[in-house]
Design a protein around this ligand. Sequence first.
Ligand code: NAD
Ligand code: 89V
Length: 340
Amino acid sequence: MLKGGIIGAGFFAANHLNGWNMVDGAEIVALCDTNPDQLTRMGDQFGIGGRFDDAARMLDSVELDFVDIITTAPSHRALVELALSRQVHVICQKPFAENLDDARAMVQAAEGAGKTLMVHENFRWQAPVRAVIDTLRSDRIGSPFFCRASFRSGYDVFSGQPYLAEGQRFIIEDLGIHVLDIVRALMGDVTTVAAHTNRINPNIKGEDVATILLTHDTGMASVVDCSYATQRVPETFPETLLEIDGDNGSLYLKAGYKLEIHANGSVERRDVSPELLSWAERPWHNIQESVRTIQSHFVDCLNTGKSPETSGADNLRTLALVEAAYRSAAQREVIKTKDL
Ligand code: NAD
Ligand code: 89V
């Protein structure tokens, strides 16, 4: 049984703790948060005895195989490097880092330590998104030449995560990063990025609308469009809607987790709704189920020595798209990813 310690017991941590309770082969034995109220609340809720207000103290006191970092991005590099210096594997929440230099340093530190470093980039692990990835990889619609990945919502994310209203960067860094990662999983790596952003909500500091055109190494194109300023009935949070054209057919992931495959003159319709886990609640159940799935993948990789699909090294290429999109929007230029 792998023993894990959690660093960060805030808003999203309960989903990780519930997820870990369902994952075979791993148990959480220690919890760390610098905020004593959060530490007590989460420790009591999940019955974790080993509680620490300092990550170094946790790592020096408890024998751990891995840490699960659930703090916001500014603390990631120091915590990841600390954990690696104590020879433990790491799974770290997205956004992996505030900038590419920090992200590259973490990947290098993991290589130096010989430990696994995975990013908790969970949207590509959502069951409906996975159904699309698997269908595409099974060659059902042939080679893809166009993808649209769309996340448009009016859901109030700020009540649960007030820090999202405070940063100069918002939707691309927090949410677009997931959608960009999904597109990488579907369409492959990206050559150029052209982005336009807006802020519609006057009560936040960052952008809440982003429209991004990507071209891929294959020469094909994708569009990523994200908005937290869109009134929709019914509200689709937190669904990513997908549309992919291939040379033998088309795929659509529509609102309500409906998958349609159009090929050979007929349409196959599938319900690809995520499971409502016992501890999950709508509409978050899609995200919550993916937490358990990505944790299982992490444990599987530790047990088999496989490299995680969303490793730190892989995530550098997703984070580069975030950087490119901000640079493109600011400079009103097309950015080549090789220049980052
Ligand atoms: P939060 O601010 O509510 O919680 C973070 C916690 O970490 C706080 O309790 C804080 O006291 C603690 N902390 C900060 N620095 C620390 C340190 N050095 N040592 C120990 N504890 C420390 O944030 P959140 O909303 O839980 O988000 C955490 C991360 O999860 C963010 O990066 C966010 O983007 C990500 N997130 C991901 C998803 C997803 O679906 N993947 C969903 C929500 C949030
Ligand atoms: O996944 C996330 O990082 C969340 C949310 C889905 C609300 O944007 O912040």
